[in-house]
Every structure is written in structure tokens, then in C-alpha cells.
Design a binder for this molecule. Structure first.
Ligand code: ATP
Ligand code: ZN
Length: 223
């Protein structure tokens, strides 16, 4: 990969993490030329540019070296490390960012008896996180059928395509609306600053150092 002299940060183009991520970067003193409809946002003051993409693409872009850092949910980062990221360099969570908090949980129909992971033995569990769910089941020594769905996981039990689900939960309102009960938490998630395990030390190194220093100040203030 050709070296770059400007830092490139990937973030979600449109979604729950977009506004808080932009706000955080602003509080770090970074400003960008307005082109939010575009893929690329040019940094005005400092040599830092943004790439606006789907959150699911962020770990891959870091792994490929297209971006130096990314702002992404821990759920997406860990899922990538467990599934797609096997061949490439491992990614690292450099900082937790304190927004986009949610949890990855197992939920079952209201009436189903649940006495721990063993109750899921032989059941079909719908999820968009087959890597994280598979690992949790393996660690618990439970054999179950993981049904991977891209979205609308919470309706799978009602449709009869799964017996339980493993999905992101924030308030729990969606679960209640679908007559589901949260029974186990696999992962506590929030937005994180992700990057390669080894950060670049070329021209981008100084800017990285400055960014981390400002970020730590900003995070401390908001704690
Ligand atoms: P994209 O179009 O970028 O793929 P998306 O629909 O996958 O968007 P969002 O729903 O905007 O993504 O969620 C982005 C991240 O916000 C999640 O990966 C998760 O880390 C966090 N998050 C916080 N609360 C919730 C919640 N209740 N449901 C889903 N994600 C949540
Ligand atoms: Zn997504």
C-alpha cells in the first residue's frame, strides 16, 4: 500500500453513529469541508480526511489499509475479527468512545423456559452476528443451529424460522413489542476507535499522536 501523508478515518455515513462521531471529531478540533452526501470528506485545518461508508465496511477498510482508523461499534469490530478478519492483520480497539451504547443479547419467546445457555441446545437461533454467537455457544459447550439473517432478526420466532434470537438491544422496547424476553448478554457494546494493531509511524504518526491526545482530553471531559 502506497504511503499517505494525510490521516484517513472511516465512519458511518448515515445511522446511529454518524452525528455523535462527527461531534466527537469536531470537539477534537477537526473540521471538514461539507460534502456529507459524498464518500470522501476533506479535512480543512489538520491533515485528516473522512471516509463515509456503511458501518459494516469499516473493519475491512482498515484491514486493507484504505483507512488508518475507524469509528465503529464494538459489535461490528469483534464480529469481523471472528469471521472475515482471519487472513489479515488483527485489528485493535484503541479507545472506547462512550456513545452508541447497546448490548448483544439472547432473547427468547416470553413463554419459553430459559435456565442458561443449555436451554438453547438443539434450538435454532437467528442472528446477524454468527461469529459472536457461535463463539458464545462453543464456550458454553452448547450445540445449536445458528440462522444468519441480515436484518429483522426480532421477527424470526414469530415467522417460525427460529426459536430464539441474538440481537442488539438498547432499551428493550423492540423485544417487548415482539413478545421476546432478554435472557443473556453476550457483549456490552459502544462505539470505539478501531485501527490496526500497529499504527503508521510515517508522516501520519505526528497527527495520530495529536489526535489521540485531543481525544483523551475530550473523552475525559465528557466522562
Ligand atoms: P449501515 O447502513 O451503516 O449498515 P446499520 O443499520 O447497520 O447502518 P445502525 O442501526 O445505525 O446501523 O447502528 C449502528 C451501530 O449503532 C450498531 O452497530 C451498534 O453498535 C449501535 N447501536 C446502538 N444501539 C443500537 C440499537 N438499539 N440497535 C442497533 N444498533 C445499535
Ligand atoms: Zn450496518
Amino acid at each position: 500500500m502506497k504511503t499517505r501523508d494525510r490521516l484517513r478515518i472511516a465512519m458511518q455515513k448515515s445511522g446511529r453513529l454518524t452525528e455523535p462521531a462527527l461531534d466527537l471529531l469536531k470537539r477534537c478540533g477537526l473540521t471538514f469541508r461539507q460534502s456529507r452526501d459524498k464518500l470522501f470528506c476533506f479535512g480543512e485545518g489538520e491533515p485528516v480526511d473522512l471516509l463515509l461508508v456503511r458501518d459494516d465496511d469499516i473493519p475491512g477498510l482498515i484491514e486493507q489499509g484504505v483507512c488508518d482508523l475507524g469509528i465503529v461499534g464494538r459489535n461490528v469490530l469483534d464480529e469481523f475479527s471472528l469471521t472475515a478478519g482471519i487472513d489479515g492483520a488483527p485489528l485493535k480497539e484503541w479507545r472506547p468512545l462512550g456513545f452508541g451504547r447497546c448490548r448483544l443479547s439472547v432473547a427468547v419467546p416470553q413463554e419459553m423456559t430459559y435456565e442458561g445457555a443449555a436451554s438453547l441446545g438443539g434450538q435454532r437461533i437467528a442472528t446477524s452476528y454468527p461469529g459472536l454467537l457461535g463463539k458464545w455457544l462453543r464456550d458454553a459447550g452448547v450445540q445449536a443451529q445458528v440462522v444468519t439473517l441480515a436484518g429483522s432478526v426480532e421477527i424470526a420466532p414469530k415467522l417460525g424460522t427460529a426459536d430464539a434470537i441474538c440481537d442488539l438491544v438498547q432499551s428493550g422496547g423492540t423485544l417487548v413489542a415482539n413478545q421476546l424476553r432478554e435472557v443473556d448478554v453476550l457483549l456490552e457494546s459502544e462505539a470505539v476507535l478501531a485501527g490496526p494493531a500497529t499504527l503508521p509511524t510515517d508522516e501520519r504518526g505526528d497527527m495520530l499522536e495529536l489526535l489521540f491526545k485531543r481525544l483523551d482530553g475530550v473523552i475525559q471531559v465528557s466522562e
